[in-house]
Write a protein that binds this ligand. Structure first.
Ligand SMILES: Nc1ncnc2c1ncn2[C@@H]1O[C@H](COP(=O)(O)OP(=O)(O)OP(=O)(O)O)[C@@H](O)[C@H]1O
Ligand SMILES: O=C(O)[C@@H](O)C(=O)CO
Length: 417
């Protein structure tokens, strides 16, 4: 294995694996740090952690365990994947994890680049945009767990790290890999080794990837991984996942715990003509709906049932105020994990989950250890197959996909691409 990756959530990890697979790498996604060795025939491994919103010291600990395992597998370069909207709290976990990885690697410099133009996320003058909005005005300011109220990534990161934060502006990025490499080195030399690099197009990301060839640690959204496979692979490219994917037919179910704008629009589209059942925070907190009853309803309905807790920001905030943010999130995630288990026991072979935390809870709840990467359903969302099981999934980040994502995902999971 040449490229070792650590993802801070499960949807983000499959987003990254998708980019690497499309660029010709043989990639496997692991749930947490594997106990045994990696398969011998892979170019990249993505260790998916559920570390985005846990306490910073726990995120650091898990990330270091992942790093140690990846280095033991012979990885030459480490990639730390976080969200393209830089989801984090003022305490972290992005800064503390980067600091710890650099310390353990015995090096100082890392690129920081959340840009992912295919999904509208660009970094310009150190500020993160979602389409034509600053991050802080994109809806992310209302995120249930990591509200993002500052679009200046340099400032956000500076609050989380003990290292200096530098910047390479777009004007330098447009000059290409050599200029980027020189500018990164100059920032590091000036005591600012965590270097936020502007990127607005895939072409920029490819140049940044070339410039990062000799860095032990690269960090960012999946976009900046676009340029990395070329550094590691010769002409020996894997068969594209779309060509080897067969999919599975059989019963399906949709589970949505993301409160993001796009997921809510996707739910509205699906619910217009298909079975859909809202699970409120009160339903779960007061045991009015249990995994048994929800799964039984989904398994017995005509068509594919969508179970969703997703709600508008006011409703989510109201539930958080009454029950506590972590408590309600934890109970809902446990509910979806247990429901997924019942659904799979009941014969479901295709499962779509929306929301990073929700997807992480479901994958862990299903005891899936290894995921094979299939074809792309939407930018940032591949179909994936649970190794050794009759189960295919789509783990969708909250804001990814367009309004008819659920229908598209079910078709791709069935092999109808
Ligand atoms: N009705 C609700 N009330 C309170 N909390 C909720 C409600 N519905 C979902 N949540 C919680 O909000 C969190 C949403 O996070 P999740 O990562 O699943 O979605 P997301 O942040 O939109 O996705 P992504 O991280 O991929 O962008 C989860 O912890 C979930 O349990
Ligand atoms: O980078 C992104 O936006 C996604 O892969 C993600 O991490 C959302 O949870």
């Amino acid at each position: 294995m040449k490229l070792g990756c650590i993802g801070d959530d499960f949807t983000g990890s499959s987003d990254l694996a998708n980019v690497l697979a499309k660029e010709g790498m043989r990639v496997t996604q692991f749930t947490g740090v594997p106990r045994g060795p990696a398969p011998a025939d892979i170019d990249a491994g993505v260790v998916a952690l559920k570390s985005r919103t846990i306490p910073a010291d726990e995120a650091v600990q898990l990330s270091l365990e992942a790093l140690d395992w990846l280095r033991a597998q012979g990885c030459e370069q480490i990639f730390f994947k976080y969200c393209s909207t830089f989801d984090s709290t003022p305490e972290g976990n992005i800064g503390p994890v980067i600091d710890a990885l650099l310390d353990r690697l015995g090096t100082e410099t890392a690129i920081v680049c959340p840009a992912f133009p295919a999904t509208g996320r660009s970094v310009y003058q150190g500020h993160l945009f979602v389409n034509d909005r600053l991050l802080s005005d994109s809806g992310m300011e209302n995120h249930p767990l990591t509200p993002m109220t500052d679009a200046d990534i340099r400032r956000v990161l500076a609050r989380q790290t003990r290292r200096g934060v530098g910047h390479v502006p777009a004007s330098t990025v447009f000059e290409g890999a050599e200029a980027i490499g020189d500018a990164v080195a100059a920032e590091a030399g000036a005591g600012r080794p965590l270097v936020v690099v502007d990127a607005i197009r895939d072409a920029d990301l490819r140049q940044i990837g070339r410039a990062a060839r000799d860095l032990s640690l690269v960090t960012g959204g999946s976009g900046v991984a676009l340029g990395l496979p070329a550094n590691h692979l010769g002409t020996d490219r894997a068969v594209p996942p779309s060509e080897s994917w067969t999919g599975l037919s059989g019963p399906a179910a949709l589970l949505a715990g993301s409160a993001s704008r796009m997921t809510r629009a996707q739910i509205a589209r699906w619910a217009d003509g298909n079975p859909a059942r809202e699970i409120t925070a009160d339903d779960v907190m007061q045991d009015r709906v249990t995994p048994d009853t929800a799964a039984a309803e989904a398994l017995s309905c005509e068509g594919t049932m969508l179970l969703y807790s997703s709600a508008d920001p006011e409703t989510v905030k109201d539930a958080q105020d009454r029950y506590g943010r972590e408590v309600v999130a934890g109970r809902l995630e446990a509910f979806f994990a247990a429901t997924a288990r019942k659904l799979v026991e009941g014969g479901v072979t295709r499962l779509v989950t929306a929301g990073g935390e929700t997807s992480g809870a479901v994958v862990e709840g299903l005891d899936i250890t290894t995921l094979r990467i299939g074809p792309e359903i939407a930018p940032g969302v591949p179909a994936v197959a649970a190794e050794g099981r009759e189960l295919v999934l789509a783990l969708k980040s909250g804001n990814f996909g367009d309004e008819d994502f659920f229908a598209k995902a079910l078709a791709t999971l069935e092999g109808r691409t």
